[in-house]
Design a protein around this ligand. Structure first.
Ligand code: 4AZ
Length: 256
């Protein structure tokens, strides 16, 4: 996150950290994610190798994590991954991560996955095709770099506010032109000071509607970070309600 502030996981309790387990069994931070149901984490497809079949055991997920390189077992919950589901139409042949969405099924221990606590809870999914107006302010969070070009990621969870950009603006040739598909939207700030950056991808963009926070975006890509005319690009979650329900076998309602 560029231009943001340190945040506590208690204020983003759905944030998941996805680790890749190296051959020497080191946990290498890979991507962010979000808890959408007790056994399901939503993230970006590009976080996983081309053929992820059989690679589940190479990943683990931590919920309730404040600091990447510190472990607080009194609040963190750790899971192995039972299943990685990459969107069938994920496509990076044009270099734009189309359909950049994936689901991780957490492996239950003693029939339970995530347990709700002040540091761990699910985020709501918005109703299908629900759209917000350009200029609307939403929040992003992650452990990604604080500046493009740094060699290290953030030690602590950070958050920033960004504004949704109209599609025709983001598709303008001064911006990203035809790289932006209907499965994406863009967000930035007027002074280009706040943005997601390397290491934030897979993590959630949440927007407040009617006093509730809904996840409208998955942090996906961008040309650099917080660069003029180069907004952050997000996977449009409202295009995938049916896909998410199909794959998880769950129904997500927004009432109540
Ligand atoms: C990345 O590499 C990345 N500025 C994510 C988001 C953005 C840039 C890069 C948006 O994961």
């Amino acid at each position: 996150i560029v231009g943001g502030t340190v945040a506590t996981v208690e204020s983003h309790p759905w944030v998941a950290t996805i680790f890749w387990l190296s051959k020497s069994n080191e946990r290498v931070f890979r991507c962010g994610g979000s808890l959408i149901a007790d056994c399901w984490v939503l993230t970006a497809a590009h976080c996983f190798p081309d053929n992820s079949y059989g690679t589940e055991r190479n990943f683990s997920v931590t919920l309730g994590k404040n600091a990447l390189n510190e472990t607080d077992l009194t609040v963190e919950q750790n899971f192995s991954v039972a299943q990685i589901i990459i969107h069938e139409e994920f496509d990076n042949s044009e270099g734009n991560f189309n359909n950049d969405i994936a689901l991780l099924k957490l492996r239950a221990t003693h029939t339970k996955c995530a347990e709700e606590s002040p540091s761990v809870r699910t985020v709501c999914l918005p109703p299908p095709q629900h759209s917000l107006p350009p200029g609307f302010t939403c929040e992003i969070a992650g452990y990604g770099k604080e500046k493009h070009g740094l060699w290290y990621k953030s030690q602590y969870l950070r958050e920033a506010q960004v504004n949704l950009l109209a599609d025709d603006v983001c598709r303008h040739r001064d911006y990203y032109g035809n790289m932006i598909t209907d499965n994406m939207f863009c967000a930035s700030t007027p002074d280009w000071s706040q943005d997601a950056c390397e290491g934030d991808s897979g993590g959630p963009m949440v927007c407040e509607v009617g006093n509730r926070l809904f996840q409208f975006g998955v942090i996906s890509w961008g040309d650099g970070c917080a660069k003029d005319f180069r907004p952050g690009v997000y996977t449009k979650v409202t295009n995938y309600n049916q896909w998410i329900e199909e794959k998880t076998g769950l129904t997500f309602t927004t009432a109540g």
